[in-house]
Design a protein around this ligand. Structure first.
Ligand SMILES: Nc1ncnc2c1ncn2[C@@H]1O[C@H](COP(=O)(O)OP(=O)(O)OP(=O)(O)O)[C@@H](O)[C@H]1O
Ligand SMILES: [Mg+2]
Length: 370
């Protein structure tokens, strides 16, 4: 099989869509933006009519499902002078949104800092190439710019993933950059000032399960507009996402296998109902502590389809699905196993008699929950 990038960046994956949008874009653009806010919105939310480019019809696909006005607010924030902070439960597409926004606005989604407990101020500002520093002394050539530095210099957006995982003094080094849009490099003397070009901004993401958003300094909080990304409320939308994303992942792995819509529906119901602690009929359930996110459901389906492809002649089975659900759920707490067991005894059993079909197979796969 031909080798290929495991996960191409959004600007590569959707290159044609971006080119088509650029060609027909007549909307007003903030300085240094590749697309107008209207076209950025279309890129993320999709449109029904195809755009023609070089004799080819290009469809702009819908990439984010949920609150459309959230997308508009995010785009407008980025055109202003505050940063954008996307907060929410794990797996609610915060990273995906930040990649799509940067790919559409500045043509690159890879100017990124990944926040960790080990992030230091140098990674936010700049560091030095020591061999060059010794040879030439402090100079622009010896300086290694950070993604923030690059964003300021080129007038593009810098993504800061999981900002709350960074130590607070590192987070605070962003305050002056975000308010004054200036980065000082005292080592370079008079030349040591970088003024941000128009188009520079920051999109940060933070997970509310990892403690941290509350501890962020209020000075830093004021430099950002906060937007919360909520889990998907509508079950049929969740089915659609799991189907579409699994298809995409299988395609990228070179696996040719048909998506089993019934299996996707059962998987989506399980995740949806356990996450919300209530069934579609209105019965209360114990919520597991594990993150029952859409992203996790996608990964369960993808894993199960891979097993079907490699071990079971392409036949998707509910045994595989249940095995993978257990893997996803057992990350946090062993008590969660009982909650899954109860779900099978209370909900899946009833549906297997009432609806039959694949629900029956699903119920018989309960044997894996020990
Ligand atoms: N509302 C949604 N619209 C489209 N896809 C979604 C949505 N919610 C979740 N997904 C799917 O789930 C994946 C979410 O992954 P992503 O890494 O962006 O989440 P995250 O919020 O950054 O999670 P984390 O906090 O763990 O970093 C997406 O790639 C997409 O497949
Ligand atoms: Mg993320």
């Amino acid at each position: 099989m031909k080798s290929r990038t495991i996960k191409p960046p959004a600007e590569v994956l959707y290159k044609k869509e971006l080119m088509a949008l650029q060609k027909y874009d007549k909307g007003a653009k903030p300085a240094n933006w590749r697309l107008s806010p209207k076209a950025v919105r279309t890129f993320i939310l999709g449109c029904d009519e195809p755009l023609e480019i070089d004799g080819e019809q290009v469809y702009i696909t819908k990439k984010f499902y949920g609150d459309d006005t959230l997308i508009e607010r995010c785009i407008v924030t980025l055109a202003g002078n505050r940063g954008l902070m996307l907060v929410g439960e794990p797996g609610t597409a915060k990273t995906m949104l930040s990649e799509l926004l940067t790919a559409a606005i500045c043509g690159t989604s890879t100017n990124t800092i990944q926040g960790t407990a080990g992030t230091v101020e140098d990674m936010i500002k700049y560091s030095w190439n020591y061999a060059m520093l010794l040879a030439k002394g402090p100079s622009r050539e010896a300086l290694v710019p950070s993604p923030i530095y690059i964003g300021m210099e080129k007038g593009i957006i810098t993504r800061l993933e999981e900002i709350t995982r960074c130590p607070s003094e590192v987070q605070d080094s962003l305050i002056s950059i975000l308010s004054d849009k200036v980065l000082n490099i005292p080592e370079l003397g008079e030349d040591g000032v970088v003024f941000a070009e128009s188009g520079f901004n920051v999109i940060a993401t933070a997970n509310i399960r990892d403690k941290g958003v509350n501890e962020m300094s209020s000075a830093l909080k004021r430099r950002f507009n906060f937007e919360t990304v909520f889990p998907i409320k509508d079950l049929s939308l969740e089915v659609e996402i799991i189907e579409k994303e699994s298809k995409k992942l299988l395609n990228q792995s070179g696996i040719d296998i048909k998506i089993d819509r019934d299996a996707v529906e059962i998987l989506a119901s399980t995740f949806h109902e356990l996450r919300n602690g209530v069934t579609v009929e209105g019965y209360r359930l114990d919520k597991p502590e594990a993150v029952m996110s859409t992203a996790e459901a996608v990964s369960v389906y993808f894993q199960s389809a891979m097993s079907a492809y490699y071990y079971d002649d392409g036949n998707m089975s509910m045994d595989r699905v249940v095995q993978n659900i257990l893997g996803a759920v057992m990350k946090e707490n062993r008590d969660d196993l009982n909650k899954i067991k109860n779900y099978f005894t209370l909900v899946v059993k009833q549906r297997s008699t009432k609806e039959g079909g694949l629900w029956k197979d699903y119920y018989s796969a309960k044997k894996w929950i020990k």
